[in-house]
Design a protein around this ligand. Structure first.
Ligand SMILES: [Fe+2]
Length: 210
């Protein structure tokens, strides 16, 4: 909501629309998501919110309905590789040591492998799983790819993922305000985030906040 000219919004799982919940529960990939919910419920609800933001962006950017469906499913599954990362690492309050960080940063590849094996080809955009921590300027992981390798769906989920991580409470940090999170997206646009995707997301947040 707009409060004295300032953007304010509270995020929790109640904000996830029924359509996304319905998709997550009834989709052919639901059995994997169910496992994720048992393993780490924060990641499950984070994935629902990421799917929601990704869908809103996809609609505003004119993706076709089928592309939207694949994007939603891929966003729901983007962090599913965390099934192979111990809860102690995912919830650790202190800074991760080198080995823990190495394991955490394997989750895009773990997710790629699980989904490639268990979900019919064509239903998921595997690039989203594998590249959702890559940055346009090549500073991301696991491969340090640059923008020319990163498709629009990857760029959408990259932003949706970061925005949700910044605006929700996690074991190791306090959430940023909506204004701080938007400033961060703008600050890193062109380097971490796609300029156009950031612009469209600003419009989405503005209209949702009215
Ligand atoms: Fe991730």
């Amino acid at each position: 909501m707009l409060n004295g000219g300032k953007l304010e919004m509270q995020f929790d799982f109640f904000d996830i629309p029924g359509s996304i919940m319905h998709f997550a529960i009834n989709d052919p990939s639901a059995f994997i998501l169910g496992r994720l919910k048992e393993h780490h419920s924060y990641t499950y609800f984070h994935s629902l919110r990421v799917a929601h933001y990704s869908l809103e962006l996809a609609k505003m950017m004119g993706l076709y309905r089928l592309e939207q469906q694949v994007l939603v499913r891929s966003a729901l599954l983007h962090d599913v590789g965390k099934l192979f990362v111990a809860r102690e690492i995912l919830d650790k309050k202190e800074r991760l040591n080198e080995e823990e960080l190495r394991i955490l940063r394997l989750h895009p590849q773990f997710g790629f492998e699980i989904v490639q094996e268990m979900v019919n080809p064509g239903l998921v955009d595997l690039d989203v799983l594998l590249y959702h921590h890559e940055n346009l300027d090549g500073t991301g992981y696991p491969f340090g790819l640059t923008g020319k390798f990163l498709s629009l769906p990857v760029r959408i989920v990259r932003l949706a993922d970061s925005f949700d991580a910044m605006t929700t409470v996690r074991a190791y940090n306090q959430p940023k305000s909506l204004e701080q999170a938007m400033n961060e997206l703008v600050r890193w646009s062109g380097e971490h985030f796609d300029l156009e995707v950031v612009k469209i997301f600003e419009q989405y947040i503005y209209y949702r906040s009215m």
